[in-house]
Design a protein around this ligand. Structure first.
Ligand code: GLN
Length: 180
């Protein structure tokens, strides 16, 4: 199993570590030629969605990545990665993300909560995180915290508003790899 990790910016190293720990082969995508390698899945990490959007366009990665996801490539987006998949960005998922949704006081916080499909509650670290404020009928809500949707899946796309790559708990990555 070979997973492409978008490595333009942000927290991609932690995803790579987690994926390797679970036995996946990983490669970084920084340029179009990296993207053109064979792959079984894609991870879009946290970081700064505005910067990542600009780089995707500048590097001519936006359309090829969008087409691959629409074509069924299993994709996992965390935090800024969730934002990138929403209606206003790559538009591959029928969700609307609200950016920096928790205000300044709650910009970053940690909790432990349940995710559908995972047996026990998992640690969740939110860093200037979004939540999903609208989800279309094809979207399956996997987790809510404080009444807000923080994890969801639609077809082969999985998103979390939190950062499962930072907590040493591989359950969400395993859930993703199970879909690959
Ligand atoms: N606040 C960032 C954004 O709006 C996301 C933060 C993150 O990925 N940790 O893009």
């Amino acid at each position: 199993m070979r997973i492409a990790v978008l490595a333009l910016q942000g927290a991609f190293i932690e995803h790579e570590r987690m994926l390797r720990q679970l036995g996946a082969e990983v490669f970084e995508v920084r340029q179009l030629r990296h993207w053109q390698q064979p792959k079984d899945g894609l991870v879009i990490p946290g970081g700064e969605s505005t910067t990542m959007m600009r780089l995707l366009h500048d590097l001519r990665l936006f359309d090829p990545i969008r087409q691959a996801i629409l074509g069924g490539l299993p994709t996992f987006g965390t935090c800024a990665g969730l934002i990138l998949l929403d209606r206003q960005h790559l538009g591959t998922m029928d969700i609307l993300a609200r950016r920096n949704a928790y205000g300044r006081q709650l910009g970053s916080f940690h909790t432990v909560s349940a995710v559908q499909g995972i047996d026990s509650a998992i640690p969740m670290t939110f860093i200037r995180a979004p939540y999903i404020e609208e989800a279309g009928p094809a979207v399956q809500v996997l987790a809510e915290v404080g009444g807000r949707i923080v994890a969801a899946r639609e077809g082969r796309q999985l998103v979390t508003a939190f950062h499962p790559e930072l907590d040493g708990n591989p359950a969400v990555h395993r859930l993703f790899l199970d879909s690959v």
